[in-house]
Design a protein around this ligand. Structure first.
Ligand code: TEU
Ligand code: CA
Length: 562
């Protein structure tokens, strides 16, 4: 594998609207981010991904862009953006932005011009169809519920496609003029000094055409969009063209948000000369999901989690470098999803952090994850902002759940969980704002916040700092960045363990993924304890006695056989 500058880095996702508010309007902004760069540098992160801050009506919190070339005034100015790039550069940090090009906002000038003249040049930037007798071109369901077709504003018999929200009209990637517009915009940002992009929902840009129905999977007569994604062919033509016309000439770092990729296509996506530098591992993210709604989702167990992670590691080990997460802005807090209910503790949070952070690939930390931030309770639907949750609430009620049951599902799965304001301190507003926050602050900010955790050497925050420092430690870096991952005790219930092996060393990560203590075999006697989420380690030669949710990172003798 050709080594890349970003392989030994640590990446961090900022959700700007909830990160740090500098002017008291309750909305996070660029000056707020700039004011916190030293905190991020101190944590040890290198690459910063900013969720969208372009002009937007915020129908989908910025993933509905109305001007690709400007910063939304709520987040700041282009001068602020230039300052962020400069301040990051001074700190040897790298800024990547969100590239949202499957769709734009219905308030984008392109869409406004398309509404004025659906048969003109800009009408061809979108999927617009004539509809007779109300028969829609296809019965696909939007990711946010309802049909993917809505009336073109100002027209009775013209409809436009939106696989996400109706304020997010899909861009027609079959149109080379549209593609050139996108490439021009990408190059403009890369010329400004961006280090690259996170690429949003990109698998959706290739539709299975001509539009046609699939069997309905709910009484609404609609079907999951995944039917279409499974059938669509040729997304690589667009992705390869984009890579060759933008990313490659700039040597840009890119991470794809790719669901539903075809397994045989993986080398094209992240292999040598892949469309992207890397892509996120979503195997454990989507585990147990049901197209029928959250009420049919299956909880992930520790054994399921381990299987998902190891399956991805096996899939990519000869192909490329995967990106590893436990959460992002679309998911509940990882510690609430991957630690069994009722067993959440700082010890368990540190165990989970160790397990995902030290597998092979690029580790990503989502804002607040380093504090051990958790899901937020929901007492009424009025508190909920997330459009995906609001749709799921309706689906739950339609499926016969009570309102209380529907709210519990939002608490468990909703996107607001990751979007509550960053908890900087125990001051009112959690130090996020001096005003009224746009979204409720999690009531646990009194005990889970950066300021207090910085003072506590046993905090989740300090554990993350040690974890990051270990991965960057010159003595172990070659093994932890490039070492082969070899599962250990892969069939033992509630155990997750693996070695990382290189010519320079052999490291064992071993976790007792349950409350009950027990003795586990080691592949070889440990030479050193590199990290431990307990005070002590009870090493017994070829065995180790682990407490509940104890994880150890052990240096083994390099010539020991696993
Ligand atoms: O999400 C793409 C996506 O398909 C999944 O994350 C999920 O289906 C969606 O979040 C609905 O729950 C990306 C962004 O990460 C997400 O925030 C945006 O809402 C979406 O694209 C549209 O831009
Ligand atoms: Ca603000």
């Amino acid at each position: 594998m050709n080594r890349q500058w970003w392989h030994d880095k640590v990446a961090y996702q900022i959700y700007p609207k909830s990160f740090c508010d500098s002017n008291g309007d309750g909305i996070g902004d660029l000056p707020g981010i700039i004011s916190r760069l030293d905190d991020l540098k101190d944590l040890g992160v290198d690459i910063l991904w900013l969720s969208p801050i372009y002009c937007s009506p915020l129908a989908d919190q910025g993933y509905d862009i109305s001007d690709y070339y400007n910063i939304d005034p709520r987040f700041g100015t282009m001068e602020d953006m230039d300052r962020l790039l400069e301040e990051a550069r001074k700190r040897n940090m790298y800024i990547i932005m969100d590239l949202v090009v499957n769709h734009c906002s219905d308030e984008h000038e392109w869409f406004k011009k398309a509404c004025q003249d659906p048969d003109g040049e800009y009408g061809k930037y979108f999927y617009i169809r004539t509809v007779k007798d109300g028969k829609l071109p296809c019965n696909w369901r939007s990711y946010f519920g309802g049909p993917v077709w809505d009336k073109l504003p100002g027209h009775e018999d013209r409809y436009y496609l939106h696989v996400f929200h109706k304020k997010q009209p899909d861009l027609n990637w079959e149109n080379p003029r549209l593609r050139e517009e996108i490439y021009r915009m990408i190059n403009w940002w890369l010329d400004k000094g961006l280090s690259g992009f996170r690429i949003d929902a990109i698998i959706n840009i290739k539709k299975a055409l001509p539009f046609h129905d699939y069997p309905a999977d709910r009484p609404d007569g609609l079907c999951s969009i995944h039917n279409m994604l499974h059938e669509a062919k040729g997304v690589g033509d667009f992705l390869g063209e984009m890579r060759d016309k933008t990313f490659k000439p700039h040597q840009a770092f890119t991470v794809g948000e790719v669901f539903n990729e075809k397994p045989e296509e993986l080398p094209d996506f992240i292999g040598e000369n892949g469309y992207f530098s890397t892509m996120f591992d979503f195997a454990e993210t989507i585990f147990g999901h049901s197209h029928n709604g959250w009420h049919e989702c299956i909880d992930i167990t520790p054994d399921d989690y381990r299987s998902c992670v190891f399956e991805t590691q096996e899939k990519v080990k000869h192909i490329g470098f995967i990106s590893n997460i436990i959460e992002n802005h679309d998911e509940p807090r990882g510690v609430c999803r991957y630690i069994p209910e009722g067993e959440l503790s700082d010890t368990a949070k540190k165990m989970l952090a160790t397990l995902y952070f030290l597998v092979r690939g690029l580790p990503w930390i989502y804002q607040g994850q380093e504090l051990g931030m958790e899901n937020i309770p929901v007492s009424s639907i009025e508190e909920v902002d997330d459009i995906s949750s609001l749709d799921s609430y309706k689906v739950s009620l339609a499926a016969g759940l009570t309102e209380a049951e529907a709210l519990r599902l939002i608490e468990k799965n909703g996107r607001d969980n990751a979007r509550t304001p960053y908890q900087w301190s125990s001051a009112p507003g959690a130090g996020f704002t001096t005003g009224t926050p746009w979204l409720r602050v999690n009531p646990n900010y009194k005990t889970i916040n950066l300021e207090d955790e910085k003072k506590d050497p046993d905090s989740v925050y300090h554990y993350y700092k040690k974890l990051i420092a270990l991965r960057k430690d010159p003595a172990w870096k070659e093994t932890l960045v490039y070492g082969e991952l070899v599962p250990w005790l892969a069939d033992t219930h509630n155990v997750m363990a693996y070695t990382r092996e290189s010519v320079e060393g052999k490291i064992l990560v071993i976790a007792n993924y349950q409350t009950g203590p027990r003795c586990l075999p080691l592949p070889a006697p440990a030479e050193r304890v590199l990290l431990n989420n307990y005070e002590t380690a009870d090493l017994r030669g070829q065995e180790v006695f682990l407490q509940g949710y104890q994880v150890l990172v052990l240096a083994l003798s390099p010539d020991s056989q696993t």
